[in-house]
Every structure is written in C-alpha cells, then in structure tokens.
Design a protein around this ligand. Structure first.
Ligand code: D5M
Ligand code: FE
Ligand code: ZN
Length: 588
C-alpha cells in the first residue's frame, strides 16, 4: 500500500500500535520513501513509547540510509494465533472484564471439580453414580412421579415390546430383573423446536453470501451491546476530535501484538475498520487472550490526539445478562442428554449402551421422558484420515441401520430429539441441516424428532440449545487453559455463551455455510446449553445457564491415543427439568 497520504500514514502507524504527532506525520509524508521512513521510525522509537514524535522522524530521516532501510522483522504481523497462544501461557488467571463475569464462571467450575474429585459431593451439586444405584444427592432421580395408572396403557407397553422384539434389542425388565418403568401420562409433554435450518438453507456459496452472513451477525450481536455503550460507527470515529471519549462495536477483524508488547485489536463494522490499542500493563490485556476472530465486542476508550487509534479502557462481550433466570418445568420430569454414539466404529461400546437402555426401562428412570442426542450418531466414513481402519461397519447406511437398532433398545415412549454432528451424513459446514429423507426412513425408531445443528429444543418450557460442538476444538486451541480446556469442556461452552455465538471463529476446524442469516448467533439465552464432540464430560453454570458437554459412547480411538485424548465414555447426564439439577450416571 502506498503511504503518500497523511491519513494512510496515521493508519499504518496505528496498525503497528503507535499514534503520532501531527508534525511527525507531515515529515513522514514528505520523506522520499514514506514506507521506509515508517519502518525506520518504528525501529527507532523507544520500546515503551506509544507515540511517534517529530524528533523521532527527524532522527530517522537524518540518519544514514542503512538505518532507514526498514527491517520490519521486529514488527509482529506473523500470526496472531501464535502470539495469542504464547501470551495465553502466562496470562493471569483472574482476568475479569468490567462486568466481573468470571465470578459466575468460577461457580460452575467448582461444581464440576468437586464432583469429579469427590465421592461425596455436597448436597446441592450434581452427582455421578454407577449402574443403577440411586443417586447420592437426595435429588429427584429416585422419587418417581405419581403413577398415572390406566392412562393409555397401550402406548408405552406396546412400543416397549416392539423394542424388545427387535434384533439387538433387549428386554430390560428381564435382563435387569427389575420392574419396568411405569406407564405415564403423555399429555404433560411438550417439545418445540426453533432455529432449525433444515429446508431453509439459501446459501449459494458465493462471496456475497459471506458478506451477508457477517452483516447479519454484526446486526444481531451489536444489538445486544448497544444499550451498554455510546458507540459510533468506524467512519464517524475517524472524524471525531482527538482526545475524545469514544466507543465502537465491531467484529474482531485482527488481533496483533505490537513490537512493544501491547495489543492492537482491529474492529470492523458496516462502515469500516478501526484500531483499538490495549496496553500490556492494563488488566484489560488478559481479555485479549479470550478474543476470537469474527466475534462481536464493544470497546470503550479515548481517542488519540490524531484520532487514528482508540486507547481501550473497557471491553464488553454480548454475554448472558447477569440477571438471567432460567425457566423450569411444572412437574418432576427428566431429560437424558447424550451425544457421540459413533455406531459403526470398532470402539462403539455396545454393551454400555445396552446397560444405559436397560436402565431407562427401570422404575428408577421413570421420570426420564426425553432423550436428546447432540450429534455423531454414527462413526461415518472418510471423516478423518485412516478412519476406515477402525470401522466395524463400512457402509454409511448400514451404520444408520445399526444405530436405529440400538435406538430401539431404549423405551419406546421416550421423546427423542437428535441433531447431526461432523461424523454424520449431512453437509459438514454449519449450520447443518437435519438428516435427509433416506436417513430418516432408516431411523424411524420411536418417531425421533430430527432437527438441524444447532437447534433450540424447548421441553416443557425449558429451552435447550443443542449444538454438536466442532467449534469447541477451536475455542480450546485458541484460549488459555483456564478459560477453555478438554478437561473442562463446559468452560469452553461458557465462552460461546459469552460471545453469544456457537462458532465465532470461521476457518480452522469450523466450516461455515454462508446463508442469508447467521443461524449460529445465540439470539435468545437458552436455559440449558448442550454440546458434545470433544468426548469429555463436563457441566456447570454460567450466569445461571447450565452448560453440559455430554461425553461419548466410543472408547479411545488410535488417533485419540496418539494425541492423549482420554474420552469420558458411557456417561449419561440426567437433567431435572423442574430444578435444572444434574445427575450423571455411568454405564461403563
Ligand atoms: O472428535 C472427538 C474429538 O477428538 C474432538 O475433540 C476432535 C478430536 N479428533 C478426533 N479425531 C481427530 C482427527 N483425526 N484429527 C483431529 N481431531 C480429531 P469427533 O469428531 O467427535 O470424533
Ligand atoms: Fe464425536
Ligand atoms: Zn464430533
């Protein structure tokens, strides 16, 4: 880019994390080679200085030619990711933004950790129990709802016996030697589905679609931030007087570290881009580690004298309102939240699955009336290199046939909702539509409801945002360990809630299908956020929203062994819809 105009020079300096005296800019513009002069000045200025003075420029312009040749190697434009990752390692643990939202994060963390680490969890935390022993938390799992004998006896019993008669199915009552679950009144049940892209996909994959989807993302997420800051569009900020207070809402377009160790965050809105500088000594700088490309944030601060850069004082995320109160069901009823079944893989744990299905037939599981499956029903074909070496069933349709047989093992009166994942036979790019007709015909068991990834499923008033979770890999790779890790997958989910988007960063693992609207924005705060994909179990609350990542039914694969992923296998998180308490049952 030619740098002959003062505006461009200011911009270029801002990009490097500097603002400049007016006279310095004039001198640079008049230099024989302004670009080389900028490089020289950047080289010359003191490591801690943020401002290029006229004296700096004179010193550089007066120096022998070799000094202004401009070796830009000290300017770190090479990959934000690397520098972010590095900075992440020594980021301070308690980075709080102005809203102090991490206080709530910590609650969730404590719950999960206490639970994983202790056999006797505190009374009000979820518990992990094994097999069919009642939960230890005195929760509701053991207290069956009042039986409604005589109502629709045919429905439940009839479908159960169909399940038992199928090959691969098992009669839970016989195998467990226990009574079967009670017949229940279905009239209280309700399932509503929102945000399903199935049949609504408009994208043609053209460039304009990408523009449109990001514009929609900006419009919807910026709305959530507008009341909190007195923001101006990028184009208007450029024209504001130097030194004034200013705020901007934008998508993160670039994050780079400056030569001086500060951070330059470039925001983009519909009018242009504007650079915001976060200085390294500010508490705020820890927040930079949490930023992902393309997420929407607001930055408040003070404009530099030349209005070329905004010195950040506060960063805001759309987040969940602190006052958020989730809805609950009007009666005691439960939902099992699972994912990543991976039927067709040699590592699919058929026996553990059958134990789970058997347990669902027992009176202890009486209150479990809903089963949500958040993707990866089957292992799929050609998903990862060398995957075929570990396939038990090589044909994708045969995999779904087998999955359907396993699904028949669970009680026929369960309401089942499923979304696809990255191993399923639908398009990989998100949002993913639900299974096509051919697959639906195979998976007719129990009239499962099939919807897209993501979707919001409201069960008796409790909204559950179901999303498979491919973006979690990205969030975990990009953010510091204490903000997101495989061991605490729910922390990564908190970040998605905070960003109000299930997959903020486009590229990497995340493939985005450009549509007219951004289906991945979290418009409405859900009561529960349910994901899978990383094959780790974790749950906790972020600002009263329960985040649950549900583990898997596939033992460790060769790849997972090679990268040290130790999956949490055959756990079924059971959610009380009336209290939003969780109990985890283990069937491995
Ligand atoms: O992926 C389960 C988890 O393992 C998820 O965190 C991705 C990671 N994974 C598994 N196999 C691979 C390969 N081959 N490359 C990269 N990452 C991988 P899932 O997609 O549910 O099987
Ligand atoms: Fe999976
Ligand atoms: Zn997956």
């Amino acid at each position: 880019m030619p740098l002959e105009t003062p505006a461009r020079l200011v911009r270029e300096l801002a990009r490097r994390g500097y603002n400049a005296e007016r006279e310095a800019v004039t001198l640079l513009a008049g230099a024989p080679d302004p670009a080389a002069a900028v490089e020289g000045v950047v080289e010359y200025t003191d490591d801690d200085s943020l401002r290029v003075t006229a004296d700096d420029v004179r010193a550089v312009l007066d120096a022998p030619a070799s000094a202004v040749d401009g070796d830009a190697s000290h300017v770190d434009d090479s990959g934000i990711r690397a520098s972010q990752a590095d900075a992440g390692g020594d980021a301070t643990a308690d980075a709080t933004d102005a809203d102090g939202l991490d206080a709530t994060d910590a609650d969730g963390l404590d719950v999960a950790e206490a639970d994983h680490g202790s056999d006797a969890p505190p009374a009000d935390t979820p518990s992990v129990s094994t097999g069919t022993t009642p939960p230890t938390d005195g929760g509701h799992a053991g207290s069956a709802p009042v039986e409604t004998k005589g109502s629709t006896p045919g429905a439940a019993a009839g479908s159960d016996s169909v399940g038992a008669a199928e090959p691969g199915g098992s009669d839970a009552a016989e195998t467990s030697g226990q009574a079967t679950r009670s017949e229940r009144d279905h009239s209280m049940r309700s399932v509503e589905i929102d945000g399903d892209v199935t049949g609504q996909s408009t994208g043609t994959g053209e460039y304009e679609d990408f523009v449109r989807v990001f514009r929609d993302r900006y419009e919807r997420l910026s709305k959530l931030l507008r009341g909190r800051v007195n923001h101006r569009p990028a184009s208007a900020i450029e024209d504001m007087a130097g030194g004034s207070d200013a705020a901007m809402i934008g998508l993160v377009n670039d994050v780079r570290s400056t030569r001086n160790g500060h951070w330059l965050v470039e925001l983009e809105d519909t009018t242009g881009t504007f650079p915001c500088l976060v200085t390294k000594d500010r508490e705020l700088s820890a927040l930079v580690d949490e930023l992902l490309m393309d997420e929407c944030i607001a930055v408040e601060g003070r404009l530099a004298d030349d209005s070329g850069i905004l010195f950040a004082d506060a960063v805001h995320f759309p987040d969940v309102p602190r006052t958020y109160r989730p809805s609950t069901a009007d009666r005691h009823v439960q939902a099992a939240l699972i994912s990543d079944v991976h039927v067709g893989s040699q590592e699919f744990m058929a026996e553990a699955w059958s134990r789970f299905a058997d347990w669902l037939h027992t009176p202890e599981a009486d209150a479990v009336e809903y089963l949500l499956i958040a993707g990866d029903m089957v292992e799929g074909v050609g998903v990862y290199p060398d995957q075929d070496e570990e396939l038990d069933i090589v044909d994708i349709y045969d995999q779904y046939e087998r999955f359907s047989e396993h699904l028949k093992e669970v009680p026929g009166d369960l309401e089942i909702v499923m979304i696809p994942g990255n191993h399923d036979a639908v398009r990989l790019a998100e949002p993913q539509p639900g299974f096509d007709e051919r697959l639906r015909e195979i998976m007719t068991a129990h009239d499962a409801r099939i919807t897209g990834n993501p979707s919001t499923v409201t069960l008796e008033g409790v909204s559950v945002l179901m999303y498979h979770g491919v973006s979690l890999d990205e969030v975990i790779a990009e953010l510091p360990e204490d903000k997101a890790s495989y061991d605490d997958p729910h922390h990564a989910m908190y970040q998605l809630l905070k960003k109000r988007h299930v997959a903020p960063q486009y590229g990497g693992h995340m493939r985005l299908a450009p549509e007219e609207q951004d289906w991945l924005v979290i418009d409405e705060v859900p009561d529960v956020f349910h994901t899978g994909h990383v094959h780790k179990l974790g749950w906790g609350k972020h600002r009263n929203v329960l985040a649950v990542n549900s583990g898997c039914w596939q033992a460790q694969t060769a790849f997972q062994q090679s990268v040290n992923i130790d999956p949490d296998v055959a756990h079924a998180p059971i959610l009380d819809l009336d209290t939003l308490d969780m109990t985890v049952r283990k069937f491995a």
